[in-house]
Write a new protein. Structure first.
Length: 353
């Protein structure tokens, strides 16, 4: 009965739970085995994969339970949860499920290492990702080849800037930022440069991107007319949450990233009304759910079963993409490109509120 446990018992249970977490942290994992399927999720990428308060330790080791059970939400996460539900109903997944927090920088490394098997995050389908990660490692437990699902969404890279642009030759801010290891930099920034959308800072940003491509640090922007601290022309942030915080605090001039993520974070951070999100988009980003097949017949079979069920749910009368979109994008209207994407994949347009 709720509330019937004594304080002593509750305290004892808390200590036991903390001990389990400590032991798991020291050993580097929570009882992972050949019958455990691990899902990678993001905390910083709304409305696709997010959690304002991830479970303690989930960035260091996998936690028992599905992404939903660990508090993660979003369009791609909901797709993963729906497929898991369908497999459970059909009794086609007889494995333990765990969840691990990933970020844009480490997600594919964790896939290659076999520490994550299925990524439930907004990851663009790109041939070079598949080719560069198909490393053919050998050895016990090592993961070999990446695979990717049918396309599940069409996004696009754009930019946000302050509504009131600063004057002067140097804005006393980082000129442009994106999240590292994403298609926003340098690919997205290069496309924006080609369209001439960085105004009088185009030359400085172009030089910065040339240096990034050569593996060099960005140049520093000085302003001899003021006493503001010199800033790099370009900085890659580890997460969207950190970049959005810096942008809203006036530390970054141009925030480049996927349009839905930018809009969601600027809204939640309370600076959307002080910002301008470019109406134009500069890339097409087809999202897919990446997986990795380990040298383990049980896990590989489960992963392929997951991908097959996802494809079935997308193309069947279940209309998984449409149902999930309607739930995740209550405050968004689909772009023409997204409508065309849905039509080409499902034969119908996405439902809108």
């Amino acid at each position: 009965m709720r509330g019937s446990f004594s304080p002593a018992i509750r305290k004892s249970s808390l200590h036991a739970g903390l001990l389990v977490l400590i032991v798991a942290f020291l050993t580097g994992s929570v009882a992972q085995s050949q019958d455990t399927l691990i899902f990678g999720v993001r905390a910083d990428a709304p409305p696709f994969s997010y959690n304002a308060a991830p479970p303690v330790g989930i960035a260091d080791f996998a936690i028992a339970g599905t992404p939903r059970e660990n508090g993660f939400k979003g369009y791609v996460v909901d797709l993963c949860n729906a497929v898991l539900d369908a497999l459970a109903d059909k009794r086609r997944l007889d494995l333990k499920v765990q969840t691990r927090l990933v970020n844009a920088s480490n997600r594919f490394d964790l896939l290659r290492a076999g520490e994550v098997h299925i990524l439930c995050d907004p990851a663009t389908i790109m041939p070079d990702r598949l080719e560069s990660n198909a490393v053919g490692l050998s050895g016990s437990g090592a993961t070999r080849y990446l695979n990717v699902s049918v396309p599940v969404y069409m996004s696009a890279v754009t930019l946000a800037r302050p509504r009131d642009l600063p004057g002067g030759a140097a804005p006393c801010r980082i000129l442009v930022s994106a999240v590292g290891e994403t298609t926003a930099a340098p690919r997205g920034i290069d496309r924006i440069l080609a369209e001439g959308n960085f105004g009088r800072w185009t030359s400085d940003i172009s030089i910065a991107m040339d240096r990034v491509r050569n593996g060099e640090p960005s140049q520093i922007i000085f302003d001899n007319a003021t006493d503001c601290e010199p800033k790099p022309a370009f900085k890659a942030f580890p997460t969207h949450a950190e970049l959005a915080d810096a942008f809203c605090a006036g530390e970054v001039l141009y925030y480049v990233g996927d349009i839905e993520i930018i809009r969601s974070l600027l809204t939640s951070n309370g600076c959307l009304d002080r910002s301008v999100i470019a109406p134009a988009t500069f890339t097409d980003e087809r999202y897919g759910i990446y997986t990795a097949l380990p040298n383990n017949g049980i896990l590989s079979s489960a992963i392929l079963t997951f991908l097959a069920e996802l494809s079935f749910q997308v193309h069947s009368q279940q209309k998984l993409l449409d149902v999930t979109y309607k739930e995740a994008f209550k405050e968004f209207q689909p772009s023409q490109k997204l409508r065309a994407f849905f039509w080409s994949v499902t034969g119908s347009f996405p439902s809108t509120p």
